[in-house]
Design a binder for this molecule. Structure first.
Ligand code: FE2
Ligand code: FE2
Length: 254
């Protein structure tokens, strides 16, 4: 079994993207927008986990899910409060621009969670991987936040909870599915991988679409504009006489 760890290290992929994360988080406006989005993700995740507490028939899981949901709601509040503090000192409140959401997503990916109809084992496998991803990313976000100690402290505090969530979900998965918990983890991993691919593809498609439209604008539009101008020059200005044969019927438009 995957042994529970007290602390999660960032994955190689998250570590590799550290310079990108540093760049994304350096800008105050971008930081505000990202913290607000993280707040929404955490609160939505908390709501889903609350629903999981309602539908599970396992009393221990119900109690753990309730505590987990309360943690996620608290994370949402922490992120929102920090975003509000930053907004007070931020001159501009523009939400435009590149936020790199597909490169630096909210921690969990809990937005992919479908609670109703999920078995406890699938739920735990999904939650474990989501919390593990959150712990990995929040470790990197905390490390690149040296220039902003209060935001760094928020990540530090939340990271502590995410590590607990990561560990308890794995232990509970091993309890409810002692023999096949590995298989469930792999299935959940493949599902996450597919969703990550779709997210990445959507982000890339957005960038490629913008590039293609820009190229089309500058490459295709000028010839058409030139042809339209030339045609306009060839038109006679003012009223034009219509030959008598074309205007003797009032029953049709032309
Ligand atoms: Fe969280
Ligand atoms: Fe969590």
């Amino acid at each position: 079994m995957d042994s529970p760890r007290l602390h999660e290290r960032p994955t190689a992929f998250d570590r590799m993207l550290t310079p990108v994360h540093r760049w994304i988080w350096r800008d105050t406006d971008r930081r505000v927008q990202k913290l607000l989005r993280f707040s929404e993700t955490e609160t939505d995740g908390g709501r889903d986990i609350l629903r999981a507490a309602e539908v599970t028939s396992d009393p221990l899981l119900r109690r753990l899910y309730l505590e987990h949901a309360i943690d996620e709601f608290r994370h949402g509040v922490l992120f929102r409060h920090r975003a509000a503090e930053l907004l007070k000192v931020s001159a501009s409140r523009s939400s435009q621009g590149f936020h790199g959401d597909w490169l630096a997503p909210g921690g969990h990916g809990l937005d992919d969670l479908q609670v109703d109809g999920e078995s406890d084992r699938n739920m735990l496998a999904f939650l474990h991987l989501s919390e593990k991803a959150a712990a990995s990313r929040f470790t990197v976000y905390r490390d690149v936040m040296q220039h902003d100690p209060p935001t760094r402290a928020v990540f530090e505090e939340i990271l502590h909870d995410e590590t607990f969530h990561m560990n308890y979900t794995l232990m509970q998965l091993a309890r409810v599915e002692p023999k096949r918990h590995r298989r469930h983890l792999w299935r959940a991993r493949l599902s996450r991988l597919w969703k990550a691919y779709l997210r990445l593809a959507t982000g890339l498609a957005g960038i490629l679409g913008s590039m293609l439209l820009t190229i089309q604008y500058f490459a295709l539009l000028p010839p058409f504009a030139w042809l339209a101008k030339r045609a306009a020059h060839q038109e006679r200005s003012g009223w034009t006489m219509v030959s008598p044969g074309h205007s003797d019927s009032l029953d049709r438009q032309y």
